[in-house]
Design a protein around this ligand. Sequence first.
Ligand code: DON
Length: 304
Amino acid sequence: MQDVLNEIARAMAAETERGKVADYIPELAHVDPQKFAISLATVEGARYSAGCATTPFSIQSISKVFTLTIALGKMGDALWSNVGREPSGDPFNSIVQLEHEGGKPRNPFINAGAIAVVDAIMMGHEPKETLAELLSFVRYIADDDSICFDHTVAASEMAHRDRNASLAHFMKAFGRLRHDVDKVLGTYFHQCAIAMSCQQLAHAGLFLASDGVNQPSNIRVVSPQRARRINSLMMMCGHYDASGEFAFRVGLPGKSGVGGGILAIAPGQGAIAVWSPGLDEYGNSLLGTKALEMFVQRTGWSVF
Ligand code: DON
């Protein structure tokens, strides 16, 4: 397996078309587009990595998998009264469907949906308390207490929040958000600004590959049914309006972030994290997707 990851890292280093680093969050625009990392954590407890797999990067929308997990833990199926579970077919920051669908976001992974999920987990608490809970959950599933928020990235996003603020205010006008919009946004931006390396991310995602049980600690994080459902949402909605393309090319549940990371889950096998900061036109990592495509070709891992 180490040979496979080495081969992928070599092939990605040779790529000249590397996509475009996100610049609508100015702090992310400084990241070096040459960076590449891939890590695999298997359900048997093996760990493999290639590239700069210990370098932390902004996980951005990948964090939506973790807040969704917390929200389902807190409120179970009641979450679905305020958030849908259908692919949107629209860009991650689109507002159009909200108007015709009573302010209810299509799914928990588009920005509007993730903002509604944050509002759901706040439960009357202050942003600090919600963020402390989120960080301890992520540290727990990654088995690594060094994971932190990148406050500079969060501040950069807060300063350029117009688009997300529009989504949040629009939902609030429909009675979909219970908390103060700026508090919800501040919490959401910090959630997105969690910095993790590919090694940490692969470990954190392992419970989804393992029927809800964290490995190697053998501690249950969610029920098998919930793990399957989160995976199905990742498959259908994890890459926004390119989710179909990702399913077609890679065939694994995956969640991308505009920091250039992707977390992919091979149920029963392992969790794979990739990072290449350049994005495609849909806001998903260009080479990250290519690397995962190569990985499944070599391993044959697929849910199909
Ligand atoms: O709210 C935003 O726009 C970002 N914090 C997250 C968007 C994102 O990661 C989209 N994913 N590819």
